[in-house]
Each structure stands twice: as C-alpha cells, then as structure tokens.
Design a protein around this ligand. Sequence first.
Ligand code: S3P
Length: 427
Amino acid sequence: MAEKTLSPSRFLSGTVSLPGDKSISHRALLLAGIASGESCISGISTSEDVLSTISCLRKLGVKIKRSKTDVVVQGVGREGLKQPRSKLDAGNSGTTMRLLTGILSAQTFISTIDGDESLRKRPMRRIIDPLEQMGAQIENNNYRAPLKIIGRPLRAIDYASPIASAQVKSAIILAGLYARGITRVTERSASRDHTERMLGEFGVKAQYSMGGAGVKGPADLQACDIDIPRDISAAAFFLVAACLLPDSEIEITNVGTNPTRIGVLDALSSMGARIKKSREKVINNEPRTDLIAKSSSLHQTTLQGSIISNIIDEIPILSIAATQAEGTTIIRDAQELRVKESDRIKAIVSNLKKMNANVKESKDGLLITGPTPLTGATIDSYGDHRIAMSFAIAGLIADGKTVIKGAECVDISFPGFFDILDEIRND
Ligand code: S3P
C-alpha cells in the first residue's frame, strides 16, 4: 500500500473499536519485563512501534508470548536482563528508544540501540544529559542514534526538565528504579503520566502530579495484570471526521481518558464540537470511557501554553478541523512538532496548501483560517503516520480525490486504520 486514494464521504455512522493505547502498551511491556513473575497484558496495541519494544525485550532475554492483543510476559526481575547478542532495533519508535535507554543505562552489560532513518535524526541529547548526570555512559553520534550504552551503577538526581516530554521523564524515572535514593523530575507543563501511574500497579510507589514525578530506588517490581484502554490519539482522527461531516454520529468504546491525554477533547470542545462521554471507569489506575461524536459547527480556538504537551500528537488532526472552523485558529508554543517522526509543522503546512487551505507557518506553530473548502490533492506523508491519517480524514471532506503517498506508515501506530474508516463511512 504505497499509495492510498480517498474519495469524499457523505456521512459517518457506527461503533468503532480501536487499538490499545500505544504509550501505555510500551510501558506495560517494559515494566512487566523487569518485574518478577508473569504479567498478562490485554488489549495491547498491535502497532509497529509496540512490536519494536517487544522485539528489543526479547533480545534482552524476556520471554513474551503474543496472541493478537493479549500478551504474556515472563518478567526477569530488575537485575535479570541479559546482554543482547546483536543491536537492539527501535524501528521508528522514539518511546522504545528513549525509555529503554533509561533502563539499559543501569545494566551490568553493554548494548547498542538503533532505529530507522527518521529515528536516527531525532534528538537524544534530552535523555543523554540527565542520564549522564545519573552516571550513565552513552556513546552517540552528535546526540543521535545509534546509542551505545555502557551500563553502570547510577545515582539518583533531581532534574528540572527543560522540555515537557514524557519520554524524557520516563527514561529518568525508569533509570531511577536502579539508583539509590529519590530520583525526581519536574517539568514546565505536564506530560503524560502513564509510567508513574503504572508503577503503582507493579508495587512501586511513585509520586506524581501535574508537572512532576519521583521514585525511590532501588525498587523491585512485582508482576501484575494490565488491561489497556483504547488509544485516544487514534480516536482523535474519527472524532474530528464525525464533527466535520454532516449528519454523522459515531461511538468509540473504552477510550483512555487520562487527564494528561484529554487535551484533544478540551480543544475540540473549545471549538464547539459535540462530543459526549459515557460509562466512565478506572482500571489499573487509568480512566477510560465511551465517546460519542456528532456533526458540529466549529469555530476558531487558540492552543498555546500548557495544553500543548497534552495535544502534541493530535495537532495534525486538529489542524484539519481548524480548516473548517469559522475564524483563525492559532497554535503556538508547539516547536516540539519539528522534531517528531517528521517536521510536523512543515508537513501540515505544505500539505494543507496543496489542498487550498488558508494556512500560515510560524516558528512554533500555525495559523489556520476557515472555513475553507478543501480540494483533493496528492499528499506527502513524509513517512509520518499521524500526517498520513490526518490527511486521509481531510480527503473525506475534500472535493475530488486525495492520494496519500507512503500510506503504509499508518501501521506505525494504527494498523487497520483504513479498514475502520471503510466500515463507518457512507458514500
Ligand atoms: C510519548 C510521548 C510524546 C508523544 C509520543 C509518545 C510517550 O513524546 O509525542 O508519541 O509514549 O511517552 P515526547 O515525550 O517526545 O513529547
């Protein structure tokens, strides 16, 4: 599927069952891998990124059995990982590389972790600096992967992170499980807190608040069973699609609604979207709910400051929504978008321009004025899954055909995306 062609849809209807949350899936696997005993994980993401974490853990001696979305992990205990015989391959997954580097820094062996062409371009200094402060030794190529990690005993640190990044925070907290004393991370605005929440399920008390986390090491994890909610970042594509198409109503079941991830619901609601929650519950310290989205008449919003880290993965699809909103939507403080799987500001602007949207680029964001009718175009995914899916949704409301180049990259986070879209669209 190098190219995918989309034609306009009349309306969306039906119930959607999404893959498990990708961020929570990585953490469940990593924590289960270094816990003592057998953990059963249900509802795991089948994304290529999560498969990368499974393959790295297997190379480190962790036995993992997977049948579709159910996984059984035979944890080896905190000191039980084995030196891998070959390089660890994180593929396209920043979460795999950054979180695992935190754990590998504290081992008694040397390992090398590498990634694909996109991951090799992404900044690793953000984890190397704090991990080196803890005593880690990480050889690198101008702060880029591949990373050669010479495992060493670590010390606890108190780290004020200059970037609100859950991957940075989690790398330090995971390293902190091996360091004597309390390791603390504070950040300017709150990034997702799945690691801290899940540690409690594995018997390790972690402190967490909006904007910080701490753990006392050395800490031993006990195996446990984890049920993973569906991915709100995947839900976002269909929520926006239902809002944009007339006469639409869709239901998405069991979606994770962790407070550090629901910025997309707040942003859409500030634009006038009709999205309702029902049947809220909490399992494994992670809230989840069913969501119902209906056609909506949208207006502009301003997205800046502390909400940005909460919506960082959803800005591409929110930009599509903004093209259909009355007025100028302003997105700023989002310079992190430039160092994601692609430069997402550039990818959004160049593709939206091809579709005749009214969009302006700034250093740290975008200005999008609507409503503007979109025209079908040939879209460059830049190999970035969230760009491909966002513009596939744009294709539903555009006039004419939209062709997504490099559409197979959707499998990085959401295999089955196009099948679900086919199930709920009505032409
Ligand atoms: C993630 C954190 C975010 C996010 C990424 C997943 C995680 O990255 O963009 O898709 O699972 O911790 P940053 O930590 O770089 O902001």
